[in-house]
Ligand binder design. Structure first.
Ligand code: MG
Length: 449
């Protein structure tokens, strides 16, 4: 794998810092996107980062050059843009680096159905960029920029429509992490009847309140607030609002895969169809699906692969183990805000405590290790995939996952770091450790080719 000399498409768009994603590059890649999609209009939104307006200007310029009309939506959560793309049948570019540190810059691209572009579809745009084959508007045919900062209200309506019951009697603390969720989540919860207390709800690209990834270490203030104010739950979003973490009524942090599992249980009560997730997801999801008589379809790691698979139809939901869940009635992207509303609605309508719901989930232990490898890690994984691809207990679409009666393990080559990552999950720590050791032995066998 040789680097192309510019920030290429990864698992979800293009990501770097301003030194890598320069305004010059942004103009050209966006002109290439306009050429690729041949859409008349492209929606453009940004998160709360300090680089937002600079990047937005370059994106708009590139779209104009490539002959598409930019519709500037201002600061919006990622799921709002995916909803608007689908509703209007217009592709979109989201300027957001999600949960990354404040200096990061990234572009996410969606097609006219609101489905995020995979690395493979991104490659088609890179081909246009590399061969400098983007369209160039002549002086007399340059489209006009449209500004539509009220579009957020359309998304707000869909959030309220998806919530069938009032959230009254629920006391919720919402930590927006100075990201885009602050623009909408607290207001919608309030309008739905909840008692709302906010943390870090003001937009601030320096993220002074906390880092934008809602990990347990980062949401200490939220945990403390839930305990002292005796709230029913705490909600923390990532920087662009497409995923969430929860804090239960006892002040315990609820990991992303458990949040995903709770959401799947709620959705499968309401909808027909199977569940899509990545090969790296806990068996909790498989167990919940089985409880409802449904199956799990595994795809490669990366939210766009989940959205792409769901577009084929027959699925009730999809999501990632980090707490990103798709509610296909609304739109095809992960939606942290809608997830938080649906889970809170479930608490309000059943009278159950979040801690009880978490306690009732299947329990698993896991072990993670990383083994140092240079670029030969890609060849190693390919050889293993060749060997395992015919086996019924193996999934080889992304790394090598092997399922056992009582657990599973996976080996994947890191895309950016010199490691092969091995993960094992089982009912006990010892068994998870054994599964990781089994995979380590397999790696040893295929090391030399
Ligand atoms: Mg995100």
């Amino acid at each position: 794998m040789s680097a192309p000399g510019y920030p290429a498409f990864g698992t979800n768009g293009i990501r770097s810092t301003l030194d890598g994603i320069t305004p010059d590059f942004i103009v050209k890649i966006c002109a290439s996107f306009a050429t690729w999609s041949s859409a008349k209009q492209v929606l453009v939104a940004r998160d709360t980062r300090t680089t937002g307006e600079l990047v937005e200007g370059a994106v708009a310029s590139g779209l104009l050059w490539g002959g598409a009309q930019p519709v500037l939506l201002g600061v919006l959560p990622t799921p709002a843009v995916e909803y608007l793309s689908k509703k209007r049948g217009v592709p979109s570019i989201i300027i957001t680096s999600s949960h990354n540190p404040p200096e990061w810059v990234a572009l996410k691209f969606n097609d006219e159905k609101g489905v995020a572009l995979t690395k493979e579809r991104g490659r088609e745009i890179e081909n246009i960029y590399e061969s400098r084959a983007w369209k160039t508007s002549t002086w007399d045919r340059i489209p006009k920029i449209i500004r539509d900062e009220l579009a957020i209200n359309e998304y707000k309506q869909v959030l309220k429509k998806e919530c069938k019951n009032a959230l009254k009697e629920i006391k919720v603390i919402i930590d927006c992490g100075n990201g885009t969720a602050g623009k909408i989540a607290p207001y919608v919860f309030k309008e739905l009847g909840a008692k709302v207390i906010t943390l870090n709800a003001q937009e601030d690209g320096f993220f002074p309140g906390r880092n934008s990834e809602p990990t347990e270490q980062n949401v200490g203030d939220l945990i403390g607030a839930v305990k002292t104010m005796k709230a029913d739950l705490g909600i923390a979003y990532d920087g662009d609002g497409d995923r969430l973490a929860l804090v239960d009524d006892k002040g315990n942090y609820v990991l992303g895969d458990k949040v995903f599992a709770i959401a799947v249980d709620i959705i499968l009560n309401e909808m027909e169809g199977d569940v899509v997730t990545t090969v790296a997801t806990s068996n909790i999801i498989r167990d919940i699906a089985a409880k409802h008589g449904r199956k799990v379809k595994y795809v490669k790691v990366g939210a766009p692969y989940i959205a792409e698979e769901m577009e084929k139809g027959g699925y009730a939901t999809g999501g990632e183990e980090v707490g990103g869940i798709i509610w296909p009635n609304a739109h095809p992207g992960k939606d942290g805000i809608l997830s938080s509303i649906k889970i809170t609605e479930y608490l309000a309508s059943t009278g159950k405590k979040l801690s009880e719901i978490v306690d009732a989930l299947p329990k698993y232990e896991n072990v993670k290790i990383k083994i140092p490898f240079g670029n030969e890690r890609f060849g190693l994984i390919r050889r293993m995939q060749e060997e395992f691809k015919e086996r019924e207990d193996a999934i080889t679409i992304d790394g090598v996952r092997i399922d056992f009666e009582d657990g599973w393990c996976i080996a994947r080559a890191s895309g950016t770091e010199n490691y092969v990552r091995v993960f094992g999950e089982a009912k006990t720590k010892e068994r998870a450790e054994q599964l990781v050791n089994f995979m380590k032995d397999e790696i040893e066998k295929y090391k030399l080719g």
